[in-house]
Design a protein around this ligand. Structure first.
Ligand code: AMP
Length: 249
């Protein structure tokens, strides 16, 4: 299945689906990682290499809120409170998105599933099409590294110009390059706040990881490596599944 998606990105290899495209199977890749693990960056790389759309439920919800759709109106209060939107509406939103033509050959899911109920609903949805999750790719970063990454954000008092320590520091420590005002840290970005928020997010993530470990779809890549090394690791994991599937065919 993955072979077809990868072959699809190679010149001259567009022949993987015989017959009616409506019956072509999907290549469904799930990208897993805690906030700050680098999922967004890697999603862009994988989308281009696999030639399938990147579907982030957070983006779908933000668009629904912006357009004031019924889903948006329902989701808004949860999003504003930093809580998960209930599974029922989230699953409906995702299934509707997967039913659109551009996702007929597959998709790279980002931010879904966030709960085991969602993971099982996705399995059932795909099983209904004679398919399954091809790979659940985990970008693994230890919790304390995440706290360090997420708490690096500082902004200037005068205008909110953003900095990140150590990735994008100001020229003079504690002072904004642009307007010279002092740098401050929002309560939301302080290590203790981040640690508390992460604890509940990691509990949900770990349950989803265990789900994919039990189905055999889980592949883990060390997210402490450079961006290029993580990309290579993720693509390598997909190639390995692909080779295994070809070997069994
Ligand atoms: P994100 O951009 O992934 O951080 O998502 C932004 C917000 O959308 C989250 O804080 C949740 O309120 C909601 N959301 C996104 N994906 C899901 C999901 N799979 N399940 C429940 N809520 C979600």
């Amino acid at each position: 299945m993955l072979g077809r998606a990868l072959a699809w990105t190679r010149p001259g290899r567009r022949d993987w689906h015989d017959g009616d495209e409506r019956f072509a199977r999907m290549t469904l890749v799930v990208l897993l990682g805690a906030p700050g693990a680098g999922k967004g960056t890697q999603a862009a790389v994988l989308r281009d290499r696999l030639g399938i759309p990147h579907i982030a439920t957070g983006d779908l919800f933000r668009a629904a809120v912006r357009d004031a759709t019924p889903v948006g109106l329902e989701a808004r209060a949860y999003m504003d409170a930093g809580r998960l939107v209930p599974d029922g509406v989230t699953i409906r939103l995702l299934e509707e998105r997967l039913g659109r033509p551009d996702a007929a050959r597959g998709a790279l899911l980002d931010g879904f599933p966030r709960t085991v109920v969602q993971a099982k609903a996705l399995d059932a949805f795909l099983a209904g099409r004679g398919d399954r999750v091809a790979a659940a790719l985990l970008i693994d970063v230890p919790a304390e590294d995440l706290v360090e990454r997420l708490s690096g954000r500082w902004i200037c008092r005068a205008a909110g110009h953003p900095y990140h320590l150590p990735m994008n520091p100001p020229r003079v420590p504690g002072v904004c390059d642009i307007d010279g005002s002092a740098l401050i840290q929002r309560d939301d970005d302080k290590p203790e706040t981040i640690r508390a928020r992460l604890a509940s997010q990691l509990a949900d993530l770990n349950a989803v990881i265990e789900h994919y470990r039990s189905t055999g779809a889980l592949r883990t890549v060390d997210g402490r490596q450079s961006i290029g090394e993580v990309s290579a690791g993720l693509l390598g994991a997909i190639e390995a599944i692909d080779a295994g599937a070809a070997g069994r065919a």
